[in-house]
Design a protein around this ligand. Structure first.
Ligand SMILES: [Zn+2]
Length: 411
């Protein structure tokens, strides 16, 4: 096993205490198996989370090398309607807020298949994507979105400054959680911004993770689980000022933070209010995290018992959403082929493959109507409304869904 154990905090280098949550040995959550790999054994990787009492940063204790994680990344953003709608609304809101036009420059870090930048480009705003996954960068290019196939960091700054120019807006959606060298990463953001420019980052909010027991959003790719408190300290260290924050409903509840060069804007009361809320909610002390860990154990027992009882009553079960979080949930709870017959997912890149670890086959969603399992465990619960709307026919024929978080419930 080639995992690096962090003895000190990845943000401030303070000695890291014992993990508050240990999920044990897990396969990589996005390593969907092809049929011809069926005989191969998967490498197990330790998955545990610790809280830094010095800078409040919640982080994995064991890191997996990025080339193992992102070589062939199968998450194509454009396959979810809800996510595309969110991207479109984000582009519109930021274009208006910063009055962007053909003279402006927009850079997106981890731009995926160009799902977000396309909406800026449609408005005539020059864009540049930075995307490390080779196959996904190629898809973006083929759709006409200029894309640098690199990891963002100090090495690409000069190329961006000279080739594209400093930007009015740098966006990073769901990327800050993935980068272990977060100080270097954030230090590289400033030089890519005009003096008046703004960097906007969106990431899952640790308070939602705790309050809604969303433990399945923990997997090896997500190194960090941010509070605003921790994010602000990191930004300061990188010479940036966090001057505004909004809450977003995506991915089980996210934060959108606005960073600028120091002294460019007054700090919004949104920031001071949320910092106070976090303190009141215990996010700046270990106890809240320890309580979460107890909630996770209860959720696992409840879910396993529910599924076992249904199975014992002769019911047939399947799952929806071959998402990374589904892999964490199934593997941590030990739910496999003895309980679920198969998983369905809309992405053709995942169909015909198998879930990591528990090795459930992945089919197209049409399979639900063909086979009519009695219950469908919703692994992609963050898209529950969208999925249940698409599966009206299954629902009308008597099918039922099980939503696993924050507490297992049948709908
Ligand atoms: Zn720290």
């Amino acid at each position: 096993m080639i995992q690096m154990k962090s003895k000190t905090c990845l943000g401030c280098f303070y000695p890291l205490p014992q993990p508050f949550l240990d999920l044990g040995e897990m396969p990589l959550a996005n390593a969907f198996f092809r049929p011809e790999q069926a005989g191969q054994k998967e490498e197990p990787f330790h998955l545990a989370v610790a809280y830094c009492p010095n800078c409040h940063l919640v982080q994995l204790t064991d890191l997996v090398p990025p080339e193992k994680l992102f070589g062939e990344y199968l998450y194509f953003s454009s396959y979810s309607d809800a996510f595309l709608a969110h991207a479109k609304a984000m582009a519109q809101s930021l274009t208006e807020r910063f009055q962007l036009g053909p003279e402006s420059r927009v850079i997106e870090i981890a731009s995926n298949d160009g799902y977000l930048l396309q909406y800026f480009q449609q408005r005539g705003i020059p864009v540049l994507g930075v995307e490390p996954a080779k196959n996904i960068a190629a898809v973006a290019e083929s759709r006409g979105i200029p894309t640098l196939n690199r990891f963002f960091g100090p090495d690409v700054v000069r190329g961006i400054q000279e080739g594209f120019g400093p930007a009015d807006l740098v966006i990073g959606n769901n990327v800050l959680a993935h980068v272990p060298t977060v100080n270097e990463f954030l230090q590289a953001v400033g030089p890519c911004l005009k003096q008046t420019g703004t960097a906007v980052f969106e990431f899952p909010y640790v308070k939602e993770l705790l309050d809604r027991t969303e433990f399945d959003t923990i997997y090896h790719e997500h190194v960090f689980y941010y509070s605003l408190t921790a994010m602000r300290i990191l930004a300061q260290r990188a010479g940036l000022e966090l001057h505004d924050v909004t809450r977003q409903p995506v991915h089980g509840g996210s934060l959108r933070v606005f960073l600028q060069h120091k002294g460019m804007s007054a700090v919004s009361s949104n920031v001071t209010d949320l910092l106070a809320e976090e303190k009141a909610a215990g996010l700046t002390g270990l106890d809240r995290y320890t309580a979460f860990s107890r909630d996770v154990a209860v959720l696992r027992d409840d879910l396993v018992h529910l599924l076992r009882d249904l199975k014992a009553a002769g019911k047939r079960l399947a799952a929806y959403g071959a998402a990374a979080k589904g892999s964490t949930l199934l593997n941590y709870c030990g739910i496999g082929p003895e309980t679920l017959d198969f998983v369905v997912d809309r992405s053709p890149y995942k169909q015909g493959r198998y879930m990591p670890g528990e090795r459930l086959p992945i089919h197209a969603p049409e399979r639900l109507l063909e086979v009519m399992p009695d219950y469908v465990l919703l692994l992609a619960w963050n898209f529950a409304d969208e999925i249940m709307a698409q599966q009206q026919a299954y629902y009308r024929k008597g099918g039922k869904f099980i939503i696993p978080v924050p507490k297992p419930k049948i709908v």
